[in-house]
Ligand binder design. Structure first.
Ligand code: AP5
Length: 299
């Protein structure tokens, strides 16, 4: 297992009075290196107070904007660079919606970039669709440059990025490293396989807002939205089994590149509670960043 925090093992209810003790002390450890963060997270993960399972009060409280101290003299911290990974329908896109809403990162989804190429009718899109229909990885010569160019756009550089569904192979991870893209955190969503199939089959998309729905777990708010929902061409039971096989063939190799910055998140609970877990980790990471830039400014 990676040395990241496995929140899925933390199931005890967390009494409210424990909450203040969850804060990682940024002043005592100003380093924002991934190793430092993960070692602190590992300490926190041993804390029985850290149960986020079905704690909707906490989920709501953690959704509020972080209350960072801003010192006029402090240099703006580096923007966050996050990767999110997981099997098909593990909830990557759903969590990316929530993360970008709160943290303002630029969501870069390899799957969305490929579907945009298909919609544009380009040659790359036509070739990509052949692989996507078989649940296989689209060749690197199409995907790698596409993702690289998106990450180099000024908005990603300025605001930080949230890379969804990339890298999916060792060669993609290596290419990213060679281009100089270094993530701060690698989030792995863990969901049992039977749940994944049900999520795929019931997923629907709103072509107007881009929002992700599920007929049972996240139904559309109005009749008008329900009438315009679409289904992805690869969202069938047959195709998701192929996509799952591809995922299993590659995931360990990708994880091996990011062991010291990996955080494993239980993705099988309510989406708000999944987000609460991620939110805690990101908040602590930002607090460390802030402490580091303040301590540098004070020198
Ligand atoms: P991509 O589009 O990335 O698909 P995927 O990885 O299979 O993931 P999904 O988009 O299906 O699921 P998700 O994890 O985002 O789940 P979501 O939030 O929507 O890639 C498609 C294809 O493109 C690949 O198969 C491949 O061919 C190609 N490709 C992509 N990247 C590539 C790369 N790097 N290299 C080469 N080829 C590449 O949620 C799913 C459903 O569950 C929704 O209905 C949602 O409402 C529901 N749901 C979510 N969370 C919860 C929850 N907590 N509880 C209940 N329901 C939930």
């Amino acid at each position: 297992m990676a040395c990241g925090v496995n929140f899925s093992t933390i199931t005890q209810p967390r009494p409210q009075p424990c909450y203040p003790s969850l804060s990682l002390s940024s002043s005592s450890s100003p380093s924002n290196s991934p190793k430092s963060l993960i070692s602190q997270l590992s300490l926190v993960s041993n804390n029985p107070c850290l149960s986020l399972r079905r704690d909707r009060t906490l989920a709501r409280s953690r959704l509020r904007a972080p209350n960072f101290k801003v010192l006029a003299s402090a240099k703006k911290p580096e923007p966050l660079k996050i990767m999110i990974s997981g099997a098909p329908a593990s909830g990557k896109g759903t969590q990316c919606e929530l993360i970008t809403q709160k943290y303002g990162l630029v969501h870069v989804s390899a799957g969305d970039l490929l579907r945009a190429e298909i919609a544009a009718g380009s040659e790359n899109g036509r070739r990509a669709k052949e692989f996507m229909e078989k649940g296989k990885l689209v060749p690197n010569e199409i995907v790698v440059m596409m993702v690289k160019e998106r990450l180099l756009q000024p908005d990603s550089q300025e605001n930080g990025w949230l890379l969804d569904g990339y890298p999916r192979s060792l060669s993609q991870a290596t290419a990213l490293k060679e281009f100089g893209f270094k993530p701060d955190l690698f989030i792995l969503l863990e969901v049992p396989e039977d749940t994944l199939v049900e999520r795929v089959v019931g997923r629907r998309l709103d072509p107007v807002t881009g929002k992700i729905y599920h007929l049972k777990y996240s139904p559309p708010e109005t009749e008008e939205i329900a009438a315009r929902l679409t289904q992805r061409f690869d969202d069938t039971e047959e195709k998701v089994k192929l996509r799952l096989r591809t995922h299993h063939q590659n995931v360990e190799a990708v994880l091996s590149m990011y062991t010291d910055i990996t955080v494993k998140i239980n993705g099988s609970i309510y989406k708000e509670d999944v987000f609460a877990q991620i939110d805690s980790v990101l908040t602590e990471l930002l607090e460390q960043r802030q402490a580091t830039s303040e301590s540098l400014a004070a020198k």
